[in-house]
Design a protein around this ligand. Sequence first.
Ligand SMILES: Nc1nc2c(ncn2[C@@H]2O[C@H](COP(=O)(O)OP(=O)(O)OP(=O)(O)O)[C@@H](O)[C@H]2O)c(=O)[nH]1
Length: 289
Amino acid sequence: MKIKASITFAAEARQIMNEPAEHEKRRLEDRKERDPMIDQQVVSVLDKKIQTIVLAESTNVLVGPINLPVNLDGETVMFKWYCWLPITSQEGIKACKTATTETLIKQLSSFNLAEKQQSSVLVYGDFEDAEHALIRMHSICHTGDIFGSKRCDCGYQLEQSMKMIAAHGAGALFYLANHEGRGIGLFSKAMAYILQEQGLDTVEANLELGFVDDSRNYADAIGILQHLRKKPVTLITNNPKKLEALKSSGMNVEARIPLWGDISEFNEKYLKTKVERSGHFAESGEPLQ
Ligand SMILES: Nc1nc2c(ncn2[C@@H]2O[C@H](COP(=O)(O)OP(=O)(O)OP(=O)(O)O)[C@@H](O)[C@H]2O)c(=O)[nH]1
């Protein structure tokens, strides 16, 4: 019984490790056989919006800007949206490291990107040249950002920081898609939530599952930021690690704006743990003591 269970688990583990399923293999084979002719007009339209950004540890293809009208409290606010693809860390994508737009288009449908994570940035105003600009490095939170969960403060911080950037007149919100659960992934976060329901705090739950408290990396996002703006930035965060990552990259951080809010019975312990165990800045006047 035990052996059978472990065989089943091994098969499942292979799937988790992204071994392509049969239908996916067929799709890739089919794609190879077709070797598509690419319309040069399509290449020329996209070429104007695609750049390759070579960083110390990765190469990223950045696409944008794309107009993104966003509903902020009933008002339509126009952001410019960019998305980037780290092409050195993705299996099969290495081939287009020196990517021409044409090779990128040719390979794109075989990358299976819906199964992977891509981050993006919403830019507002004259981000390159404005004297002062606000930025936020927002770690993805499926439960808080999408479902509006009150177990954390993520959804509130996301919306609030977009409003702050628009009100300020220039800024950028980086939405970091490989940061779920402080880097442990959504499924592991669900398991961590179950442990938290048994009384463990955020840090303890991560550790019990074999993770560190926080494994987020900001290098690619900072590289994109430095490509979009050289002038000083003001960072919206309560997290000293984000501040440190930005400063040690050489970016000029002229100030930090704290962002606490939406505190309730559901996230009180979570917020307290941020300050007491994860080292987040506690601002005076916050009901976190
Ligand atoms: N592992 C784990 N991750 C969580 C939990 N609640 C929220 N998160 C994740 O935590 C990340 C947000 O990180 P935080 O440390 O809360 O806040 P921060 O963004 O680093 O700091 P601020 O910039 O001040 O918001 C998101 O990726 C969430 O998915 C939790 O209970 N356990």
